[in-house]
Design a protein around this ligand. Structure first.
Ligand code: 5GP
Length: 227
């Protein structure tokens, strides 16, 4: 009987500790702040983009993530996007976070909030989620950082380290790149490069301090075309 009580107490304690841990860290461990290069988004998109894509890195999303195999957590609560962002913020997001695929800008924000934002609601409410994203975009201008390092969208081919190095110098933390196969090359073509698609900055789970990123979505064996 004493053993049973002890075992029960142990299980209750373990459960309480587990609850404390989940409530203090949330269901994610850090953020991936993903900025996309719109010309690549449009080049790989199934449907043609509705207009010429902007030639600046723009926000794709702020993704609550875990270090386990799956890159990010998704669709965490039933909270839905509330189309009531402050007009000033909305005006800024139209520049930093445009929908590059179609003209309905709130559709992209809605998708990103419902899929990703709901997973960090315990840290950032909807307004804070979009404001914080805009602030990070503003603080680390990837387009300018690459431009200053003479990494321009002119069709040159780079090593992975050539592109991350100037970003790391400015941010002092390791970014990550995400690449896409070049859709203009036939499947059986001897592929020699991939397209630069996205730059990821990683942040502590509170979404303020940058931390090193530890995963890439580029093929290590291929060079990177920036166009
Ligand atoms: P995720 O859903 O994981 O946040 O991102 C992947 C999807 O985002 C892809 O299906 C891609 O088409 C979509 N996506 C990337 N950029 C844009 C955009 O500017 N507008 C829209 N509507 N979708 C986008």
């Amino acid at each position: 009987m004493a053993m049973l009580k002890l075992s029960l107490a142990f299980h209750v304690l373990a459960f309480v500790l587990f609850l404390c841990f989940t409530m203090s860290t949330g269901s994610y461990q850090y953020f991936q702040f993903v900025q996309q290069w719109p010309p690549t988004t449009c080049a790989v998109s199934k449907q043609p983009c509705y207009q010429n894509p902007p030639s600046i890195f723009t926000i794709h999303g702020l993704w609550p993530s875990n270090y386990s195999k799956k890159a990010w957590v998704a669709n965490c609560t039933r909270t839905r996007f509330n189309n009531s962002l402050a007009p000033k913020l909305e005006a800024k997001l139209k520049i930093s976070w445009p929908n590059v695929e179609n003209a309905n800008y709130t559709e992209f924000w809605e998708r990103e909030w419902n899929k990703h934002g709901t997973c960090s609601e315990q840290t950032l409410d909807q307004e804070e989620y979009f404001q914080r994203s805009h602030d990070i975009w503003n603080a680390y201008n990837i387009t300018n950082i690459l431009k200053k390092a003479n990494i321009l969208p002119n069709g040159a081919i780079w090593n992975y380290s050539d592109i991350v190095s100037p970003i790391k110098t400015v941010t002092r933390k390791m970014p990550a790149l995400r690449c896409k196969p070049d859709p203009t090359k036939p499947k059986n073509h001897k592929i020699s490069h991939q397209l630069l698609h996205e730059v990821v900055l990683c942040l502590h789970y509170k979404g303020r301090a940058l931390i090193d990123c530890n995963r890439t979505a580029c093929d290590n064996n291929l060079k990177i075309l920036f166009q």
